[in-house]
Design a protein around this ligand. Sequence first.
Ligand code: SF4
Ligand code: SF4
Length: 462
Amino acid sequence: MSSPASQSRRPDLDSLYCVNPDGSRNTIHPADVKGRFQARKKIVWSVLFVVWVVLPWLRVGGQPAILIDLANRQFLLFGATFNAQDFYLAYFLLTGVGFSLFVLSALFGRVWCGYACPHTVFLEGFYRRIERWSEGSATQRKRLEAMPWNLEKVLRRGGKWLVFAAFSAFLSHNFLSYFMGAERVLDAMTSPPGDHPTAFAFALVFTVIIYVNFAWFREQLCIVICPYGRLQGVLYDEDTVNVGYDAKRGEPRGKYSQGERGDCIDCFRCVAVCPTGIDIRNGTQLECVGCANCIDACDEVMARLGQEPGLVRYDSKRGLDGLARRFVRPRLLLYAFLFVLGATVFAVAASRRTPFEAAIIRPQGTPYLVQDGIVRNPLFVHLVNKQPRAHSFRIEAEAPEGVRVLLPRTEVELESLADERISFLVEFDRSVYEPELQVVLHIRTADGGLELHPSMVLLGPR
Ligand code: SF4
Ligand code: SF4
């Protein structure tokens, strides 16, 4: 059983605390902590969790507020509808979001990881609590881990794993709601698995992945897998505000009874509460997820000793070194510029989307046919309704004198996000042909509110 003190005695700072030298897992049992940052995190996590659970049930204009319908290549977002043709917008959206995280990291380090990352919200806000209720405090959990399998261990561990499995199934189904719609997921849940085999398989696989991650893999995801976590080292600079230890104030550390010493009493409380098992007094480390547990733990110790809080605190390296802090720095301006650029391009491109699309397309193969002096151009018009409701469209052809447009249909009814290709033929006498000859289609919604006018140059023999 490892004591809090032994937790900081890692072999060297180049190894991970959660991995033993032989490669096996070193399970971390962080101690409970209370404090101002814990209270703030609880509020943020509760709000985020409720929003995440409720969003798939919300409807805007009769449609789900958010639906990522991969099967039909459709995306509904608060009343706006996007289809495969709008996919390029995702690039600008993702780069904008990515650079907003860069700005946040340059300013406040891993604040996203500690407060808003879904992995943290679920692990620290739910799974760790379930574990606490089932197996007790950190000391009791370590005792349980070390003891041989007996009735108590079977009941406590078994109970925890059952609740973990049920909660993982809930997370999995809610996650699926974003892709299938909440009502369809509910319908699948209340039907035999054979009625919805694909949904059942996905729900099962996601449940297993979520369970394994939160029951066992845990902090290793942040340390070993998460690409955002890996990027942190290059996003920080000396003015990035992070969780840090004030060595000028704390050192030389020593027991309270010792004479000449700094404010750190070497109690290891900051280590005992760390979910990644590190000692913040060794400086900023790869494993630190910015959870601020060590700040609350040390403030508690300082309060008991009648000392000022903040021996471990949010501060920049320059701040901890006693130097003036700088807010505006070149890297921050660069990240902010890239973020604004991505967000602006996305906003402009999204605002220029047309509520429906219409394009005249020439089919592959023979571009035109000539028969008995008549030239025929086979074409089709591709119509896409990108509106949240069904619409009917009227098609009217405009062509130069001597050119005939043979449209099989002039009225087309399309469901929301549906599309249709309507083949038509344009014919004219060979003598009428000239290089810039073209046909125009005037396509309007039945109420006349929206219209597009695609055109196509006609081909013929010279
Ligand atoms: S060092 Fe502090 S802020 Fe970083 S992960 Fe550990 S407890 Fe959280
Ligand atoms: S909790 Fe504070 S006083 Fe105790 S070891 Fe950590 S930094 Fe030192």
